[in-house]
Design a protein around this ligand. Structure first.
Ligand SMILES: NC(=O)c1ccc[n+]([C@@H]2O[C@H](COP(=O)([O-])OP(=O)(O)OC[C@H]3O[C@@H](n4cnc5c(N)ncnc54)[C@H](OP(=O)(O)O)[C@@H]3O)[C@@H](O)[C@H]2O)c1
Length: 405
């Protein structure tokens, strides 16, 4: 069964209303998140599973009798639009022996998903037209016929953009029952945090006193890059979109400076903020930001090439002259080391080391974290489109359902 986006959004909206009445305290938290209130582990934020009682949970659980999905309807030409997505309603799948039924609590939205919508060759296959959009989730085991998982377990899985998924347990990891904020497994304690950690420390190798510049500075990866660089004694300059994000980078994340890439004076402002040049540029963006960074690169500087989000919606190569000689010439003359990486392909074996170190820093309050939580699976397409325009402020996560204690 298929449904058009507004009709389904309205239907889901009615269902969510029940949820909002029952979980008024949780709804309040979500609204605060949408107003971008900053919270971290040391805050007094009360996780919702601590304020629920069993009878309320039963009501919510029973209200979900279908599996709502968002599938890829067509491939975008340029920036994705809502038409590229389609809502579908399917029966909830039934797990057989050796399988389990997972219910999605949080869905992570990440820039790599733009690549999966495209047929262009990449390091991972595209999503087929009509298939459920891929994505990491924090899910709860609803029914288990699997020896290693029990009903009620919170897990990290790859359930995609849907309410329910059946899994045989491959690539599914149990989250500790003591984890107060399971959604953090999709951000600072998961893939984006790991990307920041390995990219900066393995490729960037910042030395105390050096200048580290990071783009998309308040995002899931960039915010962690800058904070780790500060822990290593670097002079840290962020680049972000807008005054509000830049203020947060300095006042909340503790960067030394942050430059707004929307400011026409970007090049001059960046030069002022980096009086000794740039030793490490953590590349998340490309485009005008890279152009501002290039003349400031020091001899023997390093560029962890993590992402190029400013170009993900490009339809064709940028107009203008061939800049290869200028860019490569700078790399050559200044002996710049540029290294691209795909986090789990290249560094997967280091995940345990990352988890241990990041948990220590995080628990000690040395790393701060901000989420941008959107309520309702039906809002995922718009939220994802916004991510590619810089509308998110912090790690973008969709709250799809509520956990049952
Ligand atoms: N190599 C890997 O294994 C790996 C793993 C994870 C992520 N990544 C890459 O890391 C980068 C950051 O990912 P994330 O998950 O942390 O996302 P994010 O920073 O939380 O969100 C994306 C941000 O990109 C910035 N942006 C979007 N369009 C832009 C444009 N045209 N020009 C300049 N900035 C733009 C916006 O921030 P502002 O408003 O501040 O500009 C936006 O908020 C992405 O390029 C992603 O592909 C790579």
């Amino acid at each position: 069964m298929e449904a058009q986006l507004p009709a389904l959004a309205e239907k889901r909206g009615r269902r969510k209303l029940t949820t909002r009445i029952i979980f008024s305290v949780q709804a309040l938290r979500i609204q605060f998140d949408n107003r971008s209130v900053i919270h971290n582990l040391s805050s007094t934020w009360v996780p919702f599973h601590e304020i629920q009682d069993e009878s309320q949970m039963e009501t919510l659980s029973m209200s979900n009798s279908e599996n709502q999905q968002i599938v890829l309807a067509s491939r975008p030409i340029g920036a994705p639009t809502p038409d590229n997505f389609r809502f579908e309603t399917q029966p909830i799948p039934a797990p057989v022996q050796g399988q389990m039924l997972l219910r999605t609590i949080y869905l992570s939205l990440d820039p790599y998903m733009r690549g999966r919508m495209s047929e262009a060759p990449s390091y991972a296959p595209p999503v087929a037209i009509g298939d459920v959009m891929v994505g990491s989730t924090v899910s709860q085991v609803e029914i288990s016929h699997h020896p290693d998982f029990a009903a009620g377990d919170m897990v990290l899985s790859q359930s995609g953009w849907q309410d329910y998924a059946v899994s045989d347990g491959k690539g599914v990891f149990r989250l500790g029952a003591q984890m107060k904020h399971p959604s953090y497994a999709l951000g600072v304690l998961g893939m984006p945090g790991f990307t920041a950690y390995m990219g900066l420390l393995e490729i960037g190798q910042p030395v105390a006193g050096e200048t580290v510049v990071v783009a998309a500075a308040t995002g899931a990866v960039g915010s962690v890059v800058g904070q780790i660089a500060k822990l290593k004694g670097s002079h840290v300059v962020g680049i972000a979109g807008g005054e509000r994000k830049c203020r947060s980078a300095v006042e909340y994340l503790g960067f030394d400076a942050c430059i707004d890439h929307q400011d026409p004076a970007l090049k001059g402002l960046l030069a002022q903020a980096c009086p000794k040049g740039i030793d490490v540029y953590f590349e998340n963006v490309g485009g005008a930001v890279f152009e501002a960074v290039l003349p400031l690169l020091n001899t023997r500087s390093r560029i962890p090439l993590c992402g190029l989000i400013a170009h993900y919606n490009d339809r064709e190569a940028p107009q203008g002259g061939d800049r290869t000689a200028q860019v490569m010439g700078t790399f050559l003359k200044r002996r710049v080391r540029v290294q691209g990486f795909i986090i789990f392909d290249d560094y997967g074996s280091h995940f345990g080391e990352f988890q241990k170190q990041m948990s220590e820093w995080f628990t000690a309050g040395k790393i701060k974290y901000r989420e941008d939580i959107v309520e309702g699976l039906e809002r995922a397409p718009d939220a994802f489109i916004g991510l590619l325009q810089g509308k998110n402020f912090g790690k973008l996560v969709v709250q799809v359902g509520a956990a049952i204690k």
